[in-house]
Design a protein around this ligand. Structure first.
Ligand SMILES: C[S@@+](CC[C@H](N)C(=O)[O-])C[C@H]1O[C@@H](n2cnc3c(N)ncnc32)[C@H](O)[C@@H]1O
Length: 283
């Protein structure tokens, strides 16, 4: 049974098409929270919608409504509980690893699981990888799980709550020897690894470009990979992202080649979150 079917007769017929057909579910088969985006017309029926979600998705214990976009440096968003129990902390399962997190305190998107696998599968044995903007550790842990012969994964995160979950998640997934969680600002912390990384992952579409200099400096003298995230418009999907990385690479004497480019998710009607894989090498 679909959420819309449960709502038939409970909300006006003309509003049924506005009920979201998909929404984020963060958690596991045992316990999860649902996060929905509701247009204003549906707000008088928010409790009925939450009840329908709880009825259809038996593992969902709480339904939250987005109160706006992600804000601030920590990229968290305000949520309103519209049904179920007031739980905010869950253990999310994806691709064989678990991530404990509080949906009100940290950034996390279950929609990016495939993207994390795309990055993790590229990592070769013996590599030193830096994950900037590491959050609760999904990229770092995905890499350590997919490539247990990685030399080390340095994971830098600014939000103390996200960092604390990352430390816990590293233990939960038994990758203590491989992932090195670091609390702090990439601007200050990255320099410790200048010249020592084979790959730098930069999952902060809003602002990663400001840290490209740091990322390039972290690569070994022969070069390496930069996985760069950006928001771009439909008519110019990867061009701006690549030109930003190329400019930073050339400034440090590297040649840049665009080796991969994809849409990660839609951001607004004509804007997408995009990812590019760029190989930097000495000319
Ligand atoms: C878009 S989220 C991505 C989190 C994680 N990589 C994920 O995919 O779930 C960006 C993260 O970068 C962190 N952040 C923002 N500015 C930072 C900085 N200057 N240094 C380190 N972390 C930063 C935020 O706190 C947030 O957790």
């Amino acid at each position: 049974m679909r959420v819309r079917d449960v709502l038939r007769g409970k909300i006006p017929e003309n509003l049924l098409p506005l009920v979201p057909s998909s929404f984020d579910v963060v958690g596991s088969r045992e316990a999860a929270v649902a996060i929905v985006e509701l247009p204003d017309e549906l707000l008088p029926y928010k409790e009925a919608i939450a009840e329908a979600i709880l009825q259809v998705h038996k593992n969902v214990k709480a339904v939250y409504r987005k109160l706006g976009g992600r804000v601030g440096e920590y990229r968290v968003r305000e949520l309103e509980l519209i049904g179920g129990e007031p739980i905010t902390e869950v253990v999310h399962k994806e691709h064989g690893y678990r991530l404990k997190l509080d949906v009100t305190k940290v950034y996390f998107s279950p929609r990016e699981a495939t993207e994390r696998q795309r990055i993790a599968r590229q990592v070769k044995p013996g590599e030193t990888v830096m994950v900037m903007f590491a959050g609760v550790g999904p990229y770092a842990i995905a890499i350590a799980k997919a490539q247990p012969r990685v030399e080390k994964v340095i994971a830098i995160e600014l939000n103390p709550a996200a960092y604390a979950y990352m430390v816990e998640n590293v233990k939960l997934n038994k990758v203590e020897g491989l992932v090195v969680p670091v609390l702090g600002d990439v601007r200050e912390k990255a320099r410790e690894w200048y010249g020592s990384c084979d790959r730098v992952v930069m999952p902060l579409p809003r602002g990663a470009y400001m840290f490209l200099d740091e990322a390039v400096r972290c690569l070994k003298s022969g070069g390496g990979w930069i996985h760069f995230y950006y928001w771009d418009r439909e008519d110019d999907l990867f061009a701006k992202a690549f030109s930003l990385v190329k400019e930073a690479a050339e400034k440090h004497g590297f040649r840049a080649e665009l080796r991969g480019a994809r849409i990660v998710s839609p951001y607004s009607p004509r804007t997408y979150k995009v990812a590019i894989d760029v190989l930097l090498s000495s000319p």
